[in-house]
Design a protein around this ligand. Structure first.
Ligand code: KIV
Length: 271
């Protein structure tokens, strides 16, 4: 029996039951009302209002420039669209690191102004004060380990993380620490499949992978990559289900032709 199909709304408790019963969790990104409506209607379990909006929606090279107010704009658009899925909102760079009071203030602003259901933060033990404080206010927190794009200038590249034993051990320690703090789930990004499997086995909370192999409790991808809207981003872990860039480009070319030739609008397309 599918737990996610039986329930009216996906909550953090439903996600925990899914892990406990071996039902995989599906998660995608969404940044706007129209896309969120489609994904929610299809039955997605979690929508992530990711700070990847900085790249995908605004064309920035990194996730660093996006602001708290911009995240709230995206999140409130998504919240207006969904009926069933859980909506997790990324705390953007600079809104939570190194200052737990600021982390709580940023979270409260997101929760009050967007109506999001939970927040996600990147990092392990080094952000424990922020996580603790946000949790103390009753807001569910999703962790994020492995490749953490807000630290791109520390890593230098977007290559696979935790290939070396020392980094793998730290990641495992961090994952256990996030669980002990009270996070309801964690995302593991771009790490070896074997390490992700080990972390998933060691934790009782759901582990969602992106580029982390099959032996995790769920998968997340960036919707614009899945749908082929972002044309040139083709990491090995990505599966494309559509080529919308090409499809929409061809449709636009046809529209332009029809306008230029006077074929559009025809007699039926006017008052
Ligand atoms: O911002 C984002 O889209 C993310 C996912 C890649 C997990 O954090």
């Amino acid at each position: 029996m599918s737990i996610s199909k039986e329930v009216k709304r996906i909550t953090t408790h439903v996600l925990q039951s899914m892990k406990d019963n071996g039902e995989k969790i599906s998660m995608l990104t969404a940044y706007d009302y129209s896309m969120a409506r489609i994904l929610d209607a299809a039955g997605i379990d979690i929508l992530l209002v990711g700070d990847s909006a900085s790249n995908v929606m605004a064309g920035h090279e990194t996730t660093l420039p996006i602001t708290l107010d911009q995240m709230i704009y995206h999140a409130s658009s998504v919240i207006r669209a969904v009926k069933k899925c859980l909506v997790v909102v990324d705390l953007p760079f600079g809104s939570y690191q190194g200052n737990s009071t600021k982390a709580l203030a940023s979270t409260i602003k997101i929760m009050k102004e967007s109506g999001g259901h939970a927040v996600k933060m990147e990092g392990g033990i080094e952000i424990e004060d922020s996580i603790r404080r946000v949790l103390s206010a009753g807001v569910p927190v999703m962790g994020h380990l492995g490749l953490t794009p807000q630290s791109i200038y520390k890593f230098g590249t977007y290559t696979v993380r935790a290939k070396e034993e020392e980094e793998a051990q730290k990641l495992l320690r961090d994952a256990k620490h996030l669980e002990a703090l009270g996070c309801f789930a964690i995302v593991l990004e771009k790490i070896p499949a074997q390490l992700a499997a080990e972390v998933t086995k060691a934790l009782t909370i759901p582990v969602i992978g992106i580029g982390a192999g099959p032996d995790v409790d769920g998968q997340v991808l960036v919707t614009h990559d899945v749908m082929g809207i972002t044309k040139d981003f083709k990491p090995r872990f990505l599966r494309r289900y559509l080529e919308l860039f090409d499809t929409m480009k061809a449709a636009t070319e046809e529209y332009i032709r029809d306008v230029k030739s006077g074929d559009f609008p025809n007699k039926k397309e006017q008052y």
